[in-house]
Design a binder for this molecule. Structure first.
Ligand code: AVJ
Ligand code: FE
Length: 360
């Protein structure tokens, strides 16, 4: 119960500086209004814990349909008759109260028969879901002019000892994916062996400074939220205009930009198997999500759980996999086998670059 409480405290802390108008406002067609994320967090919890596990009736009848992420693309979410203002806050609290009630009744031990309950799966899923939506909310908050929050660290920290050093990883068999026990999403299983050729991978993420050099030499587009500022560049998020800091990892680049950077550097993006095989030796993981060359595809033996819409409907060549995590990712969500995915043109996510190359 304690960790769910902490996640909720973080959710509420994120929106503390905002008024209802800001929660309801549509800032971008590719990002939900914050009120949708909040209602969706509560509704997901109600659906999986209160209704499915607890067998209770929903608090608001058919409301859940409005919070179905597949049925309602982001650009439509501002016009939906979702809960707002005091009603929204009450819904979050009411669902949580019922959740705590249901949690008192269930067996979340490793011996539980229902796979939703076994090893606390549903608890871990709700927790991860809320924390992942905190990151989505932070993406939106980049657009809220004047947003400040003393309770949270906002933004990346400098890359330690940036440079061109690469680590060599020997080819051969490497184990990929989440072990059979413990919480993981369906797309991280089954754990399986892959055969990799020897390769090299950057020890540190690509910095703003290196990206600026790439832009100057090739005329490439800047990352999202960058604007010209005299001879240099400024970052225009939240609090206003801040100079781009060369030692910070580059953020808000598309897959195409990441791929072009890698080629300019005479390198390539790692595939996700290489990333996972190398992760123990990498520095700066958890500052910026790292684009990989991989399409989001199922592992051998994939089984959708607990619902097809978490992963399965996204498999194919439409989405690219990102690995690691960003400064906005809660540490309990990060693990070596975690697979994030997004469209290759997207730049609103906190995504950066780490390059690889075949070992010569
Ligand atoms: C893993 C970030 C691609 O936000 O679409 C949230 C996570 N799934 N609610 C997304 C997710 C259901 C997902 N990503
Ligand atoms: Fe969700």
């Amino acid at each position: 119960m304690e960790r769910l409480g902490e996640a909720r405290a973080r959710t509420l802390e994120l929106i503390k500086p905002l008024d209802d108008g800001q929660l309801n406002r549509v800032y971008s067609p590719i990002l939900s209004p914050l009120a949708w994320d909040l209602g969706h967090i509560a509704n997901f919890e109600e659906l999986w814990l209160v209704q499915t596990i607890g067998g209770r009736e929903p608090l608001h009848g058919e409301l859940g349909r409005l919070y179905d992420a597949i049925e309602n693309p982001r650009k439509t979410r501002g016009e939906l008759p979702i809960l707002r203002d005091a009603e929204l806050r009450a819904y979050l609290a009411d669902v949580r109260e019922r959740t705590l009630e249901v949690l008192e009744e269930v067996d979340l031990s490793s011996g539980a028969e229902d796979p939703l309950l076994r090893e606390g799966f549903v608890y871990e899923m709700l927790l991860a879901h809320e924390l992942q939506h905190n990151e989505t909310m932070l993406q939106l908050l980049q657009l809220v002019a004047g947003y400040e929050n003393e309770g949270l660290t906002l933004g990346p920290s400098a890359v330690e000892a940036p440079g061109s050093e690469m680590i060599k990883i020997n080819g051969g068999e490497h184990e990929i994916g989440a072990p059979a026990r413990g919480f993981a999403y369906d797309n991280e299983r089954a754990r399986h062996a892959v055969e990799l050729k020897s390769f090299e991978i950057d020890r540190t993420p690509v910095t703003n400074g290196a990206y600026i050099q790439f832009m100057e030499e090739t005329g490439a587009e800047p990352p999202q939220y960058w604007e010209r500022d005299g001879g240099g560049w400024a970052l225009t998020t939240m609090a206003g205009r801040d100079p781009v800091i060369p030692a910070h990892p580059v953020l808000h680049v598309s897959w195409h930009q990441a791929d072009a950077f890698a080629h300019w550097a005479d390198k390539r993006l790692p595939d996700e198997q290489e990333w996972e095989a190398a992760h123990g030796d990498l520095q700066g993981v958890g500052q910026a999500w790292e684009w990989t060359s991989s399409d989001f595809l199922p592992y051998p033996g994939f089984e959708p759980f607990p619902y097809r819409e978490y992963s399965e409907v996204f498999f194919g060549d439409t989405y690219k996999v990102l690995r690691g995590g960003s400064w906005a990712t809660h540490r309990s969500v990060m693990r070596p086998s975690f697979r994030n995915w997004d469209l290759p043109e997207r730049r609103q996510i906190f995504a950066g670059i780490r390059c690889a190359r075949d070992a010569g």
